[in-house]
Write a protein that binds this ligand. Structure first.
Ligand SMILES: Nc1ncnc2c1ncn2[C@@H]1O[C@H](COP(=O)(O)OP(=O)(O)OP(=O)(O)O)[C@@H](O)[C@H]1O
Length: 255
């Protein structure tokens, strides 16, 4: 097939969950100006798990927030599948986030008054869509919480609460799951279980995961580790061991 610019764009939208083209983010102005992201171009293929690492202040949260439509880049383009995020109104961005992106935060962000099942289906109900009982059962089974569907978050361990958050992130079959330090509040046993679950949703369900972490052991679960330094891409490692990641982080910290 001859590749015209139109079918190249369609092909890329199919192959990549999200693409960033020359994305920069500048905070403040004058002498207080901070270039948190500096001309970042990157693409994340569907069905892959990427960890984002870098020294403190290197731009990881800014990168994740811009990619997930929580923050707006100063310049550049972000394409979520075939949807361009730039130039969208706040209401449109809220809808894109609700319908196409799953979020997993360090602090779980569950609603204490709701049951597990009601927390998981919240994005569906916020979109005023009917809850599909089969979809609910299948995401609860995927995270191993079928028997706990009627409990409240306070009746679960931290690791179980994070698995509820992952089920909530999956319920709309999102284009992208964004995880910000998902194991940051967990002990190592529960942290390992959550990481294994993130790995499984990529391998078994074909989800695309983008995870910011400070932990080389967590990052070693990813297919690719992408490094940031001073808001710029500073290389990547494919299927690295935790030791290699730690070594690269030490080098970046020294530079
Ligand atoms: N809202 C903001 N206003 C001004 N500067 C900001 C803002 N948010 C981030 N920054 C600055 O942008 C740079 C990148 O910050 P960011 O939080 O993205 O880094 P990070 O790699 O996630 O850091 P950490 O690992 O410490 O969480 C830093 O210099 C930070 O001080």
């Amino acid at each position: 097939m001859r590749l015209t610019s139109e079918n190249t764009a369609a092909h890329e939208a199919q192959a990549y969950a999200v693409r960033l083209e020359s994305v920069s983010k500048v905070y403040g102005s004058g002498k207080n100006q901070v270039r948190a992201l500096d001309d970042v171009t990157a693409g994340f293929r569907r069905g892959t798990f990427t960890a984002v690492m870098g020294p403190s202040g290197s731009g990881k949260s800014t990168f994740l927030n811009c990619t997930a439509g929580l923050d707006r880049p100063t310049s550049g383009r972000i394409m979520l599948g075939d949807v361009e995020l730039s130039g969208r109104s706040e209401t449109e961005l809220t809808e894109v986030r609700r319908d196409r992106i799953g979020f997993v935060f360090q602090a779980y962000n569950l609603l204490a008054a709701l049951t597990v099942a009601d927390n998981v289906t919240l994005p569906v109900r916020l979109a005023e869509q009917p809850v599909d009982p089969e979809r609910l059962s299948s995401v609860l089974a995927a995270v191993g919480l079928s028997e706990h569907r009627d409990r409240r978050p306070s009746q679960l361990s931290g690791g179980q609460q994070q698995r509820v958050a992952i089920a909530r992130a999956l319920v709309n079959q999102p284009d992208l799951v964004c995880a910000d330090e998902p194991t940051g509040a967990l002990d190592s046993h529960n942290g390992r279980k959550v990481l294994a679950l993130l790995r499984r949703i990529v391998d078994d369900l074909g989800q695309t995961v983008l995870m910011v972490t400070h932990d080389p052991v967590a990052a070693a679960q990813a297919d690719t580790v992408m490094f940031l330094a001073d808001g710029r891409l500073a290389g990547e490692l494919t299927r690295p061991a935790a030791e290699q990641i730690a070594e690269r982080m030490t080098q970046l910290g020294r530079s």
